[in-house]
Ligand binder design. Sequence first.
Ligand code: ZN
Length: 384
Amino acid sequence: MKELKKGSLKFVQRYNQTLILRLIRQRSPLSRYELAKLTKLSPTTVGNAVDELLAIGLLRETEGASSGGRKPRLLELNAKGNLVIAVGFMGRQIALCNLQGQILEQQPLVFQSQDGPQMLEELSQQLKSLIDSHQRENILGIGISVPGLVDPSGGLVLLSTYLGWESLPLTPRLEEDLGLPVMVENDGIALALGEKTFREALEKEENFVYIHAGYGIGATVVLGGEIQRGEGLAGEIGHMTIDWQGPQCSCGSRGCLEALIAIPRLLAKYQQSTGKALTFAQFKEKVAGGDEKALEIVDFAGGVLGVGLVNVCNLLNPQLIVVGGELSLLGELLRQKLCQVISLNGLPGTKDVQVQLAGPHSGGELVGAASLVVEKMFALPVMS
Ligand SMILES: [Zn+2]
């Protein structure tokens, strides 16, 4: 990344620049005078930091409306020429995004091989041709969202049963091949980070849980503004036991959230009662059309997920729960049921939690992958 590449910058200068970038991102456009007031830095320090950020192309200057005198010069992020490459393995897509998380260009990620190291070689080739078709100096970094267990600091994919990968040195290899910073994250965490980075309402949330509910169910827990990983498996809400005598789950246990309401289970339930096999898109249409059986199933899914959320609330007491993933497309009906169950069964004090659906705000895994690079770029440096 542009400012990270400049290893010679002193810590304080870098800290000030990041502080200014973060403020401009949150409240853009801002004048130098406003920046000095907000940061409590001297006008000279702000001026120097802004000059450097303008010089490396991270900021651009515009003219504000005049209130009589000279038009004020305002600063905003330079969206043009600051690009991020996002890689998503669930949808098998690569995208070029801007700093606002908007997808500018997208192409399929195609593999001939199913062997981990060979797939890594193919990924490297595809990324190289995308980079070569643009100006390399405009690309700040590459973010990769992987379904599975990852070690983001070492850039390793520890285990992805979905991709058949084990102990794969993803980012060290790509950084060596491509000469750009590469960041990798678990797909569920990347999705939550995408929401937190690019959805204004979530940017300042310190304590929230992002539930990804669809063909599988997982959660990302953010407490005190930090993602909680535990020993690496924190957030496996899909295998929270809801009914210990319930149906068998793929994990070997019974009655897990996922065994009860993952999309294939809901579609099977619909088929059992009506004899009709539907895709999820068709099921959504049935819900929208008021089909009685489909509505019953939404009520069931909301009830079961609601019980899971009551447990989450009692354990973590978040301010906000965001439900994303395909199930969130079931809409307000689902959300109301979740709120109803929390309000009936939650402890006093946990019931005030807000429940939101990610819905149309959700940019999916590519936006999540892009947020890995953007977040890193806007993270305040820590004295080592
Ligand atoms: Zn399970």
